[in-house]
Design a protein around this ligand. Sequence first.
Ligand code: FES
Length: 59
Amino acid sequence: MRPKMVCICCHVSREKIEEVIYEGACSFEEIQQKTECSMGCGTCREQVEQIMEETLKKK
Ligand code: FES
């Protein structure tokens, strides 16, 4: 199955975002730098932040 894209503009999947969080990213800016997500229209930001909160809790 193809991973669901969180950031359509930059082709970044939820898995990729979770991966960089597990590797130590703990802010939106860090996630953005490491995955290059949210560099386009910006509508995915809220979703990225939500994934970040959920993943940091699970960590
Ligand atoms: S969907 Fe992420 S910047 Fe547009």
